[in-house]
Design a protein around this ligand. Structure first.
Ligand code: UD1
Length: 424
């Protein structure tokens, strides 16, 4: 297993291109299962999660060609030749459950293993199943698999009120509703930019969708969808992560492709902490306003609130802030696994249930630490960039699921970072 070595190297300056969003791409890719015609995604990120989704789609009979070094995914799903999403692939990534809605919608049946993914809380898929049931799916959970059949061979439109916001369940329902008979109304739907991107792509394929970006999505089912080409929206989590580089190390970084509408609540917290964010013609420019950042309180919420996927990275920043910050995690239980690792670097953090109290220290010290999930791993790299001495982050396979060319992007800003490979 590879590790990453980071040495604190003072202020960092430069330009970082932000890739297409992993989470958008993972929901756009299964849309290929909805149509016989080709779906091409441009601006795709080059990540191991995307390769896992590619493998999964191929196992179902789709053809996926990765072009231009992986930035273009040319997919086509003339027929679904296998309707079983196997445990061996699904266990690697929770987003695999997103093939369930499309397969059910197109062919009226599917068998999908219950998913795995990052170990951040229990993360059930009950809402995915409930909304599909409301649309006329008959479900049977056996041997770790969901066996699903559309009653009468085709899903039908339904009105469904989500009891709480779920990004994935909204995506599964939206994908399925495009080919259902009649109208589907999804209330308390997720409003994340990735949902907006999915709705836009599905509309290009001929779907009739209204309300993306609001909490009510209305879908008029159609008989068939056609091919399309769609650019994946910018990754707001990668964007937020790199915006933290000058915040935590000093210097100035311009994140190419970034826009404020993707990171509004996050940029507001940075502003309160004493970090300036300005929109330029090609992205977002970030630097400290003056000296040490100030403590701020943060509560994670569904979009447009502060994203849970930036909580770990924000905590790394607040570890060196002046004063005491309180971080409340409202989306996932057990999402403070990075806290004990940051404490190995000299951070002062108290975790009680879903709340972490962080008292800033002047300087973190490098230490050997372990990545426990995707966002935690990058928070340790950020902390390492600001620490005195050497930090070695082990188990970085988590990082490769969600950040492409991280060493290259940071080195271009003057960071001292290198990958240590275990393989001969
Ligand atoms: C997506 C993102 C993930 C992000 C999360 C919240 C992808 C591939 N992943 O995950 O990076 O952290 O949104 O912004 O897009 N829940 C249930 N039952 C369900 C579904 C969810 O109880 O059927 C719970 C979850 O355990 C969690 C909360 O609902 O506590 C929100 O989860 P959800 O929005 O569904 O997250 P994901 O789609 O899995």
């Amino acid at each position: 297993m590879d590790s990453i070595l980071v040495k604190g190297n003072g202020a960092l300056n430069g330009v970082i291109p932000i890739a297409g969003a992993k989470n958008a791409c993972l929901t756009l890719m299964p849309a290929t299962l909805l149509s016989e015609e080709p779906l091409t995604l441009t601006n795709a990120p080059r990540l191991s999660d995307i390769r896992t989704m590619t493998q999964l789609l191929e196992s179902l009979g789709a053809e996926v060609a990765s072009l231009q070094s992986g930035q273009v995914l040319a997919m086509s799903s003339h027929a679904i030749s296998n309707h079983t999403a196997d445990y061996d692939i699904v266990r690697k990534m929770r987003a695999s459950i997103l093939v369930l809605g499309p397969m059910l919608a197109r062919d009226g049946h599917a068998i999908v293993s219950l998913p795995g993914g990052c170990a951040i809380g229990a993360r059930p898929v009950d809402l995915h199943l409930q909304v599909l049931e409301a649309m006329g799916a008959e479900l049977d959970l056996r041997d770790g698999y969901v066996h699903a059949k559309a009653i009468g061979g085709r899903l039908r439109g339904a009105v469904f009120d989500f009891p709480f916001v779920s990004v994935g369940a909204t995506e599964n329902a939206l994908l399925a509703a495009t080919l259902a008979k009649g109208t589907t109304v999804l209330n308390n739907a997720a409003r994340e930019p990735e949902i907006v991107d999915l709705a836009r792509c599905l509309r290009k394929m001929g779907a009739q969708i209204e309300g993306e970006g609001t909490s009510t999505l209305t879908v008029q089912g159609v008989d068939r969808l056609h091919g399309a080409t769609h650019p994946v929206v910018t990754d707001r989590i990668e964007l937020g992560t790199y915006m933290l580089v000058p915040a935590i190390c000093g210097g100035e970084v311009e994140c190419l492709g970034g826009t404020l509408d993707l990171v509004g609540a996050f940029a507001e917290k940075l502003d309160q902490a004493g970090v300036s964010v300005t929109e330029t013609a090609r992205g977002l420019k970030v630097s400290r306003k003056n000296g040490r950042v100030k403590a701020v309180n943060v509560t994670t919420e569904p979009f447009p609130g502060f994203p849970t996927d930036l909580q770990a990275q924000m905590m790394a920043l607040l570890c060196t802030a002046d004063g005491t910050s309180v971080l409340e995690e409202k989306i996932f239980e057990n999402r403070f696994m990075h806290a004990p690792e940051l404490m190995r670097m000299g951070a002062k953090i108290d975790v009680h249930g879903g709340t972490a109290t962080v008292t800033g220290v002047e300087k973190l010290r490098g230490a050997p630490v372990m990545a426990t999930d995707l966002r935690a791993s990058v928070s340790l790299i950020l902390a390492g960039l600001a620490a005195e001495g050497e930090t070695v982050v082990s188990r970085v396979y988590h990082l490769d699921r969600g950040y492409e060319r991280v060493e290259e992007k940071l080195m271009a800003c003057g960071a001292h970072i290198e990958r240590i490979s275990d393989r001969p």
